[in-house]
Unconditional design. Structure first.
Lengths: 100, 167
């Protein structure tokens, strides 16, 4: 049960998030998939920091990733609500507002 | 790694994968949010096996406490329209994208699974509030302040974007 197991698990979790983002058409679920991918990167950072514990750099990065993910999610959800007001759906296939 | 740590890792890994699959597979967004909650709580347990105590608490506070609640709030605000029907039309692009993701993940996970570094001896304050807090304020004080401004901008931006325009 070395660090390699953690790395393999993180790549599997990232793959789940990427697949969800590519396949689903629901904007809410796509935002959740982005959160899955960001979380898998946090696992990676913390595992490497545990393997090389001379400093706290990996945990620092994970801390900032969590903060930026929260900000990104707030903006994404507010855009989603504004989009829903106009189109009355969350389907990404219907998102043609920037198409002339 | 000790036996309890390995057991904890296996259990949290299974729950994390299951939660992620529930998130991307369930038709109803509320069930997807619950899957995300399972995923986040089990990842928080996994952070404990990596001696990242403060990060485990922050994961629970920020993700399980704020992010999932925000998702559920938006789902309730939008109502039945939050559910999007099944995929119609061309299946080929989606099948292709799934195949590419699976191929990349298989290649990546099988190649990194054998990477092995011995678990080093930990310093006294590794991952504690004191250790990580000292690191933040000694090495990353400026990014920390920038993060606070970023969050403030995000709050103002969210209000400006989501606000109703019917004056």
């Amino acid at each position: 049960m070395g660090i390699g197991t953690y790395l393999a698990l993180a790549s599997v979790l990232f793959g789940i998030g990427a697949a969800g983002f590519l396949v689903r058409r629901n904007m809410l679920v796509q935002l959740m998939s982005i959160e899955l991918m960001l979380n898998s990167v946090n696992v990676l950072l913390l595992a490497f920091n545990r393997a090389y514990p001379g400093n706290h750099d990996g945990q620092l990065f994970a801390f900032f990733v969590i903060a930026v993910a929260a900000a990104e999610l707030v903006i994404g959800l507010s855009i989603l609500i504004a989009y829903y007001r106009i189109k009355k759906t969350l389907d990404t296939d219907e998102a043609t507002l920037l198409k002339y | 790694m000790t036996i309890p740590g390995a057991t904890m890792f296996v259990v949290t890994a299974i729950f994390a994968i299951a939660g992620g699959l529930i998130t991307i597979w369930s038709k109803r967004p509320l069930r997807a949010a619950i899957g995300l909650l399972i995923h986040i709580i089990s990842l928080s347990g996994m952070f404990l096996t990596l001696n990242a105590h403060l990060m485990a608490v922050l994961q629970l506070l920020v993700y399980a406490g704020a992010v999932v609640v925000l998702f559920v709030f938006v789902i309730m605000l939008i109502g039945p329209a939050a559910e999007v029907g099944p995929i119609q039309g061309r299946l080929a692009p989606r099948t292709l994208s799934i195949a590419m993701v699976v191929a990349v993940v298989l290649a990546l996970s099988t190649s990194v699974a054998y990477f092995d570094a011995p678990w080093a001896e930990l310093p006294e304050d590794f991952g504690t509030v004191e250790g990580l807090g000292t690191a933040i304020y000694q090495q990353a004080a400026v990014p920390f302040e920038v993060i606070s401004i970023t969050l403030l901008v995000a709050i103002i931006g969210a209000i400006a974007v989501a606000r109703s325009r019917t004056e």
